[in-house]
Ligand binder design. Sequence first.
Ligand code: 1CP
Length: 356
Amino acid sequence: VSLKPEHPLVDGRTADSPLVRAYRGERPERTPVWFMRQAGRSLPEYRELRAGGDMLQACLTPDMASEITLQPVRRHGVDAAIFFSDIVVPVLLAGVDVRIVVGRGPVLDTPVRTASDVLKLRPLDPAALDPVRQAVAQTVEQLGSTPLIGFAGAPFTLAAYLVEGGPSKDQIRARSLMRSDPQTWATLLNWCADVTGQFLRAQVESGASAAQLFDSWVGSLSREDYRRRVFPHSKRALDHLRGLDVPKVHFGLGTDRIFPDITALGVDAVGVDWRIPLDDAAAILGEQFTVQGNIDPAMLTAPWPALKAHIDDVLERGQAARAHVVNLGHGVPPETDPDVLTRIVRYVHGERDAAE
Ligand code: 1CP
């Protein structure tokens, strides 16, 4: 089982793209840049297309998901598309009743809290992923030499939504389950690892040129809890990619404590949030990792000279790692002026005059 000959990484379309080269440790002439949450509410064309429609339904409608994925590439000229979907899509496809509430996020009316709740979780039927495969395939067809990044939620972050029933501040219910019933916790995280791993594999098989694992809320864990109760499951999720030679990226918030463990996950690049200077991150991670980040999303509303100075600082610190992919330290806030994002892309690409 390896990538098919017609995969963009194999047939020559994306293997030499700045993004893929940087993930693999090179420093291409043009520093690659893309933004987490680059598709979505910051774009008027997205708001128009989505108006009134259901979020998860949009994710499972290939024409719609594909169009939304392409919008920021056309507008900003970013070096990568990220597949328009959500981390809870494979959970929904496995039969769990989850929906996305506008302005809030994923919500479950019946959270998964007890051993018997966990035992009721069913495996994900591979055929249920067909809309995802189709959306990826038709997106990649349109993208040409621009790589598509596939993604999935890491088991801990997914489990946090399942147990809490929605977004939460410090994942206290999930962490309580981990403490009070380690056996049930392990069963739940294995289930999450498998559905999310299948979702990620489907995207890569269908044409994604990189794979990013989002463990957004992992910063609420102690290092010991991460090592014993979470890391093995993140590894299991990534193991679903076995045989597929694709660059892998890890992202989480507040991850400096667990950087030494992340280096053992088998990824090529590590996403860094805005609180950790890239040179500090690189010093802990070592020579084997590309760093990705970490423009502070709060700087997007600053006057251009201040934002420009901040980008210069990020680029300078990024030199400490073997390679650097520019991104934000977390997702694009919905109220962001999209012209600011376009300007950042041009500036990072060295079109300094155009960006003035
Ligand atoms: O452009 C892109 O980045 C691609 C699409 C994408 C991605 C990568 C979406 C669409 N969601 C995600 C990942 C995701 N979803 C993460 C990991 C990244 C991160 O930390 O931001 C997480 C934690 C979620 C869960 C989620 N889905 C939230 C966060 C809730 C919380 O706990 O704070 C929200 C608000 C959603 C809904 C969602 N997903 C995506 C979009 C565009 C939206 C907003 C839906 C809308 O109102 O239009």
